[in-house]
Design a binder for this molecule. Structure first.
Ligand code: AMP
Ligand code: FES
Ligand code: ZN
Ligand code: ZN
Length: 306
């Protein structure tokens, strides 16, 4: 397989684009595409202060590197969830994120859930006696809350996550199987700010996981290879494996599934949030002050209520 641009030996073949590239041209192509998505979905500009949620894994470190190379003003946010498993998972991940930041003289904000809120994810899961998928959903809730809180505290213009196409397609499949219209109504790569919620953007949403992995490898970025111990056997992983099987036989399936969904979303196929930002602004959690749909104690604060 030869690079389409220079004819050298290709290191990656992206069947869904019918595009093979050598290392040098791939390292040019991926940031160019990222820039194209940032502009297309009007995510953010170089004049804004951005906060990237960094997990220490390949996607978020690749995205940080790309945004840094493109000249965006991005700080990182690492949330230590207190997940240890056999290899001290959270602390290890934090070390990779910190190493990346130190090597480039970038700012990384660290939030330790146990230190800040008195309990870490496994402890909450144990106290509430939830199953494995529930642990992941508690963890998701905690992360989303801290993303928003940290961005508000630090006066950032937008929060960025490194969700890739595999993540987005798996969530889409799960929500489609459930006919969860409300969730299907908020799967955009850009959620504008409003009512106390900071703008959220996902610039990697059109890249396959293997594409960010290839980027990290070619750039020589060390990252945590292990997956979170709670993800084994999760519904999300199950959907990802199935989507990969379909992709194998029908290249481009994941991308088509996601892009056609975005078109349907734009055309109003799914209901959008009813409350106006002004209405939501009236409905703050009495404990943390973050917006809630109900106006009562938010789901995050209820989690820590003993
Ligand atoms: P996940 O929820 O693990 O699929 O991760 C989705 C995105 O959330 C990642 O690409 C990161 O941008 C962000 N993220 C995940 N875990 C953390 C963490 N511990 N701290 C900060 N950001 C995270
Ligand atoms: Fe949250 Fe695994 S990273 S449960
Ligand atoms: Zn080339
Ligand atoms: Zn609250």
């Amino acid at each position: 397989m030869r690079c389409r641009k220079c004819g050298q030996k290709a290191v990656i073949n992206m069947r869904q684009h019918r595009l093979a590239l050598c290392g040098e041209h791939y390292l040019e192509w991926l940031p160019q595409q990222t820039e194209r998505f940032i502009k297309k979905y009007e995510m953010f500009t170089r004049y804004e202060r951005l906060l990237l949620a960094v997990s220490g894994g390949k996607d978020s470190l690749a995205l940080w590197d790309v945004l840094w190379r493109l000249g965006y003003n991005v700080d990182g946010l690492y949330i230590n969830l207190g997940i240890d498993g056999s290899l001290d998972y959270s602390n290890q991940s934090q070390r990779f994120a910190q190493q990346f930041a130190d090597e480039r003289d970038l700012k990384l904000i660290n939030v330790n859930v146990h230190e800040q809120y008195g309990e870490n994810i496994p402890e909450i899961a144990q106290r509430t006696r939830r199953g494995q998928d529930k642990t992941c959903s508690i963890c998701g809730l905690v992360k989303r809350h801290i993303f928003n809180q940290s961005a508000r505290d630090g006066n950032y213009d937008a929060v960025i996550t490194a969700h890739n196409l595999d993540d987005e397609a798996a969530v889409l499949l799960s929500n489609s199987l459930d006919w969860s219209l409300e969730r299907l109504g908020r799967g955009q790569p850009l959620l504008p700010a409003g009512g106390g919620f900071v703008r959220k953007a996902k610039p990697f949403c059109r890249f396959y996981e293997r594409e960010s992995a290839a980027y990290t490898l070619l750039r020589g970025i060390p990252y945590i290879h292990e997956e979170c111990p709670y993800s084994t056997g999760s519904k999300q992983l199950f959907f990802k494996q199935d989507l990969n099987r379909w992709e194998e036989h029908m290249p481009g399936t994941k991308l088509r599934f996601y892009l056609n969904y975005l078109t349907a979303l734009e055309e109003g196929a799914f209901p959008q949030r009813q409350e106006s930002p002004a209405e939501l602004d009236q409905q703050r959690c009495p404990i943390c002050g973050q917006p809630t749909i109900t106006g009562n104690t938010c789901a995050f604060c209820r989690l820590f209520e003993k």
